[in-house]
Design a protein. Structure first.
Length: 294
């Protein structure tokens, strides 16, 4: 794997030698002074260019950065999925190289840059041929800090978590594994993830980030609570899924009560009690006879 120094040299030299590229900056983990350094961090690179289309229309130009394992063009995919994009303003290539490095390369016009530069607090300028990059504060992850929820947001998240568990239970008793796991992981878990963030946030006055999708939960959660979070994941065995569901419920209740107390919000314990009773009844098959009679 090429080193960070080698990659940055290649990125900058390519830009210096191409008159169409007028400035370069980076975002993401390599612009974050608080992220532990490892070789797997992406190079989130932005080239500010005179025109984007000459790059877009030359699919082989990115080969200058190395031997490619696979590339994704999210803007082009969006078009294929029916979402409108404007490649005359910006375009992105996500490139994984055979040596393990990855560059997320974005090209944008000067006008596009001027409208958004610095809105991402993780921004570091690397090259500015014409002095076009505005002055911005030093790169910081402050823009990614956990946000304190309003009481309405807390209410809605709590309601979503407890309500959607009835769908998980129905999927389990019907032995509909794909539906069950989708409902559990795509609908219910995001609320557990959100509540976990808020719990950590109140412990630190909302002055930190836990990373995308809980990357740093282990770092900030008490050991016992993190162990519960781990147990909230399951394999495909129905009995194990039930165990994971009840672990999620217990953990959510602990976290939500702590958040509510810290923020002086109301927590609907009656929802928790009602749904837990429903889940136990479904798990124990208490209504199977009635359903069969009908």
């Amino acid at each position: 794997m090429r080193s960070e120094r080698e990659m940055l040299h290649l990125i900058l030299e390519t830009a210096r030698q191409d008159d169409r590229v007028r400035a370069v900056y980076i975002n993401g983990s390599r612009a974050n002074p608080n992220v532990k350094k490892d070789p797997y961090r992406d190079f989130d690179v932005v080239y500010v260019v005179t025109e984007t289309l000459p790059f877009v229309e030359d699919p082989d130009w990115i080969s200058v950065f190395g031997e490619i394992a696979i590339v994704q063009e999210p803007d082009r995919n969006d078009l294929f999925f029916g979402t409108k994009t404007d490649s005359t303003k910006s375009f992105t290539w996500l490139i994984l190289f055979r040596d393990g490095n990855r560059i997320d390369l974005h090209v944008e016009t000067v006008e596009t840059m001027q409208a958004s530069y610095g809105t991402d607090t993780l921004t570091v300028p690397l090259l500015d041929k014409d002095g076009i990059l505005p002055s911005i504060p030093p790169s910081s992850d402050a823009g990614y800090f956990i946000r304190k929820p309003s009481e309405n947001h807390f209410y809605a998240s709590t309601n979503e978590f407890w309500w959607c568990l009835n769908n998980v239970a129905k999927g389990l008793v019907r032995c509909q594994l794909p539906y069950t796991m989708w409902m559990l992981e795509c609908i219910v878990r995001p609320q557990l993830e959100r509540m976990t963030e808020w719990y950590i946030g109140v412990q630190h006055d909302f002055q930190l980030t836990t990373g995308a999708h809980g990357k740093y939960f282990e770092k900030y959660l008490p050991e016992q609570l993190y162990a519960m979070y781990v147990k909230s994941y399951s394999d495909g065995a129905y009995a194990h899924i039930w165990d994971a569901v009840f672990t999620m419920c217990e953990l959510f209740g602990i976290l939500a009560r702590a958040v509510a107390e810290s923020l002086d919000y109301s927590y609907r314990a009656d929802w928790e009690e009602g749904v837990l009773a429903y889940l136990r009844a479904m798990k124990n098959g208490e209504w199977n006879t009635a359903a069969a009679d009908e």
